[in-house]
Write a protein that binds this ligand. Sequence first.
Ligand code: FAD
Length: 496
Amino acid sequence: MNDAPIRQIVIAGGGTAGWMAAAAFATLLPPAYRISLVESEEIGTVGVGEATIPMIRLFNQALKLDEADFMAATQGSYKLGIVFDGWRVPGERYIHAFGPVGRDLGLIPFHHYWLRAKATAGDLWDYSLNAAAAYAGRMSLDTPPANAALPGISSAFHFDAGLYAAMLRRHAEARGVTRHEGRIARLEQHSESGYATALHLQNGMRIPGDLFIDCTGFRALLIGETLGIGYQDWRHWLPCDRALAVPCEGVAAITPYTRATARDAGWQWRIPLQHRTGNGHVYCSDHLSDDEAAATLLANLDGKALADPKPLRFTTGMRNHQWSHNVISLGLSSGFMEPLESTSIHLIQSGISRLLAFLPNQAIAPAARTEFNRQSAFEFERIRDFLILHYHANERPGPFWAACRAMRIPDSLAAKIERFRATGGISREADELFTEVGWLQVLLGQGIMPTDHHPMADALNDAELADYLATLKRLIAQRVAAYPAHNALLATLRRA
Ligand code: FAD
């Protein structure tokens, strides 16, 4: 590498990852940067990935996307959480709702008060505005004043990932990103340093650059195939390795949540959009054949299938380093975890923010690269633990679920469960993606009930606590009753 400023960024691949990166760079970087993107229509994209988490709002805001335009362009709907159907035992469900549960009464989290009163306090989710709105099929974009007794709804989106990528492409090209169509044949590297210097396409074109972003999906053409950065296989913890995805006719009332239904050897997703419903069956090929998986999927749709099921194979895990030399991987090339908590698109987003935070001006400092890789791995590993919890803490029948119960889990997760069970306390480091209240809902939903609560929850007397809880429930019910139906809100946006 010479000491010239790093100003030419080349993005290899134009799936969700490639176009999110291109749109973000084109919007946020100064005009001196030149951004190019290569993609191959012949190869295509994964094209599933339709459920998100609330942080996606920050990405859309950074790009200044108008919400009504975005919802119309992507056939989007709102998502208030994920309903887990049958994950602890068949026939029982819980929701991982976004936003808070309850209101903190001082120094300790709300759930300790609920634990103290749980014999009479009802369900934990009675104290979640998001859960109540999701089950009622209602949604509001109103923001209450800061001093209101309850905060507003916290929402994410369901959208058609192909339409989202197309929208981002228009956004990026309008801001100067150059798109090249063609197959990448090879990466040209500096003979001594091994740093990437250019992409060569099969059509003979050479695209030089200073920094290369590998968004080539599961192929990981630059970071994996060319630079040889290995991959950690996590299938011993998350054994599902295949998925079938199929859209079907939509339903009249669009539910504002993702549904994840446990099946004999995996689970099925249901993601309602405006024009159709997305469905998929994620399963473990050691326990279920492809034909059996397809039959289960097709037998559990809302309406007529609109295509043949699309098969996908994957190895859950993570790239050993997401940044090597001057190549940074984003999206599926950096790793894959099944969409149980809708984290892949978020990992692209946080990879882009981290990359912008660490963007080198001239030479790449090895210490910066090391820290980037440490933060990326930490984020992946904590999400991995959260997903394992859904599988491990189950009481379902069948050999697949028995094997999940029996598996040895990462020490970091085992310690979390042990502390929660004994004290109700949730250990969480500041940089983890999932909040304490997210962990709380899945721990309880999977049947892990603490045997104690924090002693400070005893500060209120029984009557004060009962009154507080009853008031909270009433406020939530009143608020939700005043919200429009989700469909009505979508219709209002279409008219905006
Ligand atoms: P891809 O979509 O595979 O794009 C790769 C790009 O690289 C394409 O443009 C391709 O043409 C190009 N390319 C590859 N090789 C070459 C070459 N030689 N020359 C030129 N171009 C090349 N995420 C969520 O957040 N929520 C979900 O609900 C969700 N559900 C999912 C369900 C399943 C079953 C799977 C597998 C994934 C899901 N995801 C989900 C993940 C999400 O789909 C991906 O994170 C997202 O699509 C990003 O993919 P990508 O852009 O990295 O790769």
